[in-house]
Design a protein around this ligand. Structure first.
Ligand SMILES: CC(=O)CC(=O)SCCNC(=O)CCNC(=O)[C@H](O)C(C)(C)COP(=O)(O)OP(=O)(O)OC[C@H]1O[C@@H](n2cnc3c(N)ncnc32)[C@H](O)[C@@H]1OP(=O)(O)O
Ligand SMILES: NC(=O)C1=CN([C@@H]2O[C@H](COP(=O)(O)OP(=O)(O)OC[C@H]3O[C@@H](n4cnc5c(N)ncnc54)[C@H](O)[C@@H]3O)[C@@H](O)[C@H]2O)C=CC1
Length: 308
């Protein structure tokens, strides 16, 4: 198996030795970045969480604290004091910064979870590539973009991979680990080991749109929008049907609000440019309207449903 990866990925002369990831810099303190920071800090990693402003970062830390309290309510049900101690201990592992460049300077892994836009991700990594130490691995949590395209903005193609988590990160056990044709075996192994250290189950993916889960999940979600737009089922009935008839924990409209409608639109718009005639990526007027109105789902208080 190891030999197979070596053939597939090749080795560049700048290949590094497998990195033991102790310090992680996470760029983007939204839903995903704060969840990943929480899990990394809970498993003993030292984390720097970066976003564009101190106000956003304060909100991110509040989210982490709230989520940790949900975890300890169950984990320490009979020992609330030990639970509180645990929350404070984990929070001590998280520091914040609004300066990505300085945060990248003493870190083993830079993982981005910012907006799903290729140019913005490339600009970020191109900037950090000049500042991060040589051994630092770069990874993207992208839902739909090509890891090779993002990595092309840097000079560390062998130390670049995909590390795709699922929402809500503290609950979802899967991580998709993606190596490109240029990712070194050492980098791939480091990302697999890191995922396991976080208590997740990693699977290996090719650098193809949506990796495994989203390539299957997003067309299913879009099919639900089209079914509803044709007048063949209310949102509520579609959601109930898929929960009770197919055993899904959330129906497609609830799940869309949970993921974020802007993220789903970014994914579909990007894939349509790549493959314009594929009916699996056909536009949804309803989705476009909600996004244009700023109704992005749970995070804005309204999407397909209202949360206020
Ligand atoms: C877009 C992409 O690129 C990829 C993606 O992420 S696709 C999306 C993948 N995610 C999914 O498919 C999620 C599907 N939904 C689910 O699995 C479940 O509904 C769920 C895990 C989110 C919630 O579980 P649930 O039993 O339905 O509801 P809920 O009662 O809210 O939660 C149960 C418990 O889970 C835990 N929990 C849920 N969310 C949590 C969070 N964010 N942090 C900590 N604990 C949490 C808590 O212990 C919670 O109990 P309390 O409410 O008492 O605190
Ligand atoms: N929402 C989901 O269910 C999932 C999303 N993803 C991917 O993770 C990434 C983030 O998604 P979410 O957390 O949902 O988005 P979000 O909108 O909740 O958070 C994004 C955060 O990034 C910050 N940001 C934007 N540009 C930045 C920059 N240049 N530097 C620093 N911070 C910046 C924003 O201020 C915001 O706080 C996207 O690529 C998305 O496709 C992956 C798995 C699941």
């Amino acid at each position: 198996m190891a030999f197979f990866h070596q053939i597939c990925r090749g080795f560049s002369s700048s290949a590094v030795r497998a990195v033991v990831i102790k310090h992680v810099t996470i760029i983007g303190g939204g839903q995903m970045g704060s969840g990943i920071a929480q899990v990394a800090a809970s498993t003993g990693h030292s984390v720097t969480l970066v976003d564009t402003s101190e106000d956003i970062l304060k909100k991110s830390v509040k989210t982490i604290e709230g989520s940790l309290r949900r975890v300890v309510k169950k984990k320490f049900a009979d020992k609330p004091e030990a639970g509180e101690e645990y929350v404070q201990k984990v929070l001590k592992n998280v520091s914040t910064s609004s300066d990505a460049g300085s945060a990248a300077q003493g870190t083993d892994l830079v993982l981005e979870a910012i907006v799903e836009n290729l140019q913005v991700k490339q600009d970020l990594f191109s900037h950090l590539d000049k500042l991060a130490p040589a051994h630092t691995i770069f990874a993207s949590n992208t839902s739909s973009l090509s890891i090779s395209d993002i990595a092309s903005s840097t000079s560390r193609l062998d130390r670049f991979g995909g590390l795709h988590f699922f929402n809500p990160v503290p609950m979802m056990k899967l991580v998709e680990v993606c190596g490109t044709s240029a990712t070194s075996q050492e980098t791939f192994d480091s990302l697999m080991n890191f995922s396991k250290e976080l208590g997740k189950t990693p699977v290996s993916c090719k650098d193809t749109p949506g990796f495994i889960v989203n390539r299957l999940l997003v067309p299913y979600i879009l099919e639900a929008y089209h079914l509803h737009e044709r007048g063949h089922g209310s949102k509520e009935d579609v959601d109930i049907a898929m929960k009770l008839g197919a055993g899904y924990p959330m129906g497609p409209f609830e799940l869309s609000d949970y993921i974020g409608l802007d993220t789903i639109k970014f994914i579909l718009d990007g894939w349509r440019v790549m493959d314009p005639n594929n009916p699996s990526f056909a536009p949804s007027e309803l989705l476009n309207k909600l996004v244009a109105e700023g109704k992005l789902g749970k995070k804005t208080g309204e999407g397909f449903y209202k949360y206020k």
